[in-house]
Write a protein that binds this ligand. Structure first.
Ligand code: S3P
Length: 457
C-alpha cells in the first residue's frame, strides 16, 4: 500500500520526442511553510498555486487539528485563518503526516514551545526515518519527546511551557532541522540562533521575514548565522507559490535523454539554494537554457527550455552544491546513465535517509537496467553510455522497487522513456505525494506511461 492509497504498478515504454509545455505544480517546500506560517499568524493568509499533493494536504489537515481554519476555494487557492504564535490548541487526534518528512519535522518544531502534547505518525517510510535530529534541538527549548527506538515515529512531544531560546549549530545540512528550530524559536522569548555550515534552502527565513518576524542572516567564518527574535505577531500574507524546481527536474531531464525532444517548463523558481541540478546539467553539456529571467515574489524565476542532448559528459558534481540539489540526485543518476563517462556524486550521505535510501534504491534499479553503478556510504558513481545509432544507451527491461518514494518512482519511469526496453515500477502511488499530475503531464508531452493493468494492452 502507498501512504494513503492503493499500490499502482506502472510501466514506462520507450517513446518518441517529448514536446510542448510542462506546467508543473507548486513548490512543495514553500507550500508546507505557507500553511504553517499562515496558521501561526493572526488573520487570514491567502495562498494561490498551493501544491495539492498528499504531503501538503496532510500538513493542511494537521494545521486544522492544531486549531487553524484551513479552507480550500478552488484549484491551488486556499486560505488559512491563523491562531497566532503560541496559539496552537492541543489536537484531539494523532497527527498523521503520511509520507512527509518536511511536514512532520516542521510541525513538531512549531508546536514544541507551546504547553500542549501531540502524537505524530506516518507511513512505513516516514516511520523509519530519523527524528532525533529534530527532537534533540527541541529538547534544548524544554520540549520532551517519547518515541520508538532510534527516536522514530510514532512519537509524542510535550511542548515546553516556559521555553528558553536556543543557539544551535545543525550537525548535518538540513533545511528541515534548521526550520524546526526557527519555528520553535518563534514562541520562545529572546533570540534563537541557528548556525549552518552549508547553506540549505532558505524558504523559512524568507517567509518568516515576509510575515513580519525579525530575522537576520549573516555569512560568517562559522557558516550562515540566522537570528530570529521570538514572540512576534505574524501578519497574514498573500502568497503566490512558485512552481517547484524539484518537479521541473523530471520533464527537463526526460527531454535531455529522449531523442528529438524540446520542452518548455515555465515559471520555475531558481532560488540559488534550490537550483543546483540545472547548473550541473549545464556543466554536463545539456542543452538547457533559462529564458525570460525575472523576479516573482522576491525569488528569481525563469522559463526552462530543455532539448535532447546527445553529447552530455559525466562530471564530478561539486560536493558543495549537494544541498542545493539534494532531492535531484535520483533523476540526475538517470541522466548520467546517458552521458559519456563517469558522473561522480560525493558528499551525499543525507540521500541514505530520505523517503528511502536513495543511493541504494537507484543503484540497484540502474544496475538491473544495465547501468554500471558504484557506491559507498556518502558517494556514488554512474558510468554512462550515450546512444550512438544502434549502440550505447540503456538496455532497461526491468521492474524497479520504488520503496514508497515518489522521486524514485518518477526517476525510473523517466528512465523507461529513453531505455531500449520498458521500465516498470512496483508502485507509482507515492508520486501523488509531490507531483499528482505527473502521469498526465508527461503523457501530454508524448510519454507512454501505463498503469500495469493496461500495460499488456
Ligand atoms: C526540505 C528539505 C530537504 C529536502 C526535502 C524538503 C524542506 O530535506 O530533501 O525534500 O522543505 O525543508 P532535509 O532537510 O532533510 O535535507
Amino acid at each position: 500500500m502507498s501512504a494513503h492509497g492503493p499500490t499502482i504498478p506502472m510501466t514506462s515504454f520507450p517513446c518518441g520526442p517529448l514536446t510542448g509545455t510542462a506546467e508543473v505544480p507548486g513548490d512543495k517546500s514553500i507550500s508546507h511553510r505557507a500553511l504553517i506560517l499562515g496558521a501561526m499568524s493572526v488573520g487570514e493568509t491567502k495562498i494561490t498555486g498551493l501544491l495539492e499533493g498528499q504531503d501538503v494536504l496532510d500538513t493542511a489537515k494537521a494545521m486544522q487539528a492544531f486549531g487553524a481554519q484551513v479552507t480550500h476555494h478552488g484549484p491551488g487557492a486556499w486560505t488559512v485563518s491563523g491562531v497566532g504564535v503560541g496559539g496552537f490548541a492541543e489536537p484531539d487526534q494523532v497527527i498523521d503526516c503520511g509520507n512527509s518528512g518536511t511536514g512532520v519535522r516542521l510541525i513538531m518544531g512549531t508546536m514544541a514551545t507551546s504547553p500542549i502534547s501531540a502524537t505524530f505518525t506516518g507511513d512505513a517510510s516516514l516511520n523509519k526515518r530519523p527524528m532525533a535530529r529534530i527532537t534533540d534541538p527541541l529538547a534544548l527549548f524544554g520540549a520532551v519527546a517519547h518515541g520508538r527506538s532510534g527516536g522514530r515515529l510514532p512519537l509524542t512531544i510535550t511542548g515546553a511551557a516556559d521555553p528558553v531560546p536556543v543557539r544551535y549549530t545543525t550537525p548535518m545540512p538540513s533545511a528541515q532541522v534548521k526550520s524546526a528550530v526557527l519555528l520553535a524559536g518563534l514562541n520562545a522569548p529572546g533570540q534563537t540562533v541557528v548556525i549552518e555550515k552549508e547553506a540549505t534552502r532558505d524558504h523559512t527565513e524568507r517567509m518568516l521575514e515576509g510575515f513580519g518576524a525579525e530575522i537576520t542572516t549573516e555569512e560568517t567564518d562559522e557558516g550562515r548565522v540566522i537570528t530570529l527574535t521570538g514572540q512576534p505577531e505574524l501578519k497574514p500574507q498573500t502568497i503566490a507559490v512558485p512552481r517547484d524546481p524539484s518537479s521541473a527536474a523530471f520533464p527537463v531531464c526526460a527531454a535531455l535523454i529522449v531523442p528529438g525532444s524540446d520542452v518548455l517548463v515555465p515559471g520555475i523558481g531558481l532560488n540559488p539554494t534550490r537550483a543546483g541540478l540545472f547548473y550541473t546539467l549545464q556543466d554536463m553539456g545539456a542543452d538547457l537554457t533559462f529564458e525570460n529571467m525575472r523576479e516573482e515574489g522576491g525569488e528569481p524565476v525563469a522559463d526552462l527550455r530543455a532539448k535532447y542532448s546527445p553529447d552530455m559528459k559525466g562530471i564530478n558534481v561539486p560536493p558543495e552544491r549537494a544541498a542545493s540539489m539534494i532531492d535531484e540526485y535520483p533523476i540526475l543518476s538517470v541522466v548520467a546513465a546517458f552521458a559519456e563517462g563517469v558522473t561522480v556524486m560525493q558528499g551525499v550521505k543525507e540521500l541514505r535517509v530520505k523517503e528511502s535510501d536513495r543511493i541504494e534504491a537507484m543503484a540497484s534499479g540502474l544496475r538491473a537496467a544495465g547501468v554500471p553503478v558504484e557506491d559507498g556510504p556518502d558517494w556514488w558513481n554512474v558510468t554512462g553510455s550515450p546512444r550512438r545509432g544502434n549502440a550505447g544507451g540503456v538496455p532497461g527491461g526491468v521492474t524497479c522497487a520504488s520503496h514508497l518514494d515518489h522521486r524514485i518512482a518518477m526517476s525510473f519511469l523517466i528512465l523507461g522513456m529513453a531505455a531500449d526496453q520498458p521500465v516498470s515500477v512496483d508502485d507509482g502511488g507515492p508520486i501523488a505525494t509531490s507531483f499528482p499530475i505527473f502521469e498526465g503531464l508527461m503523457g501530454g508531452l508524448g510519454a507512454d506511461l501505463r498503469r500495469t493493468e493496461d500495460a499488456a494492452a
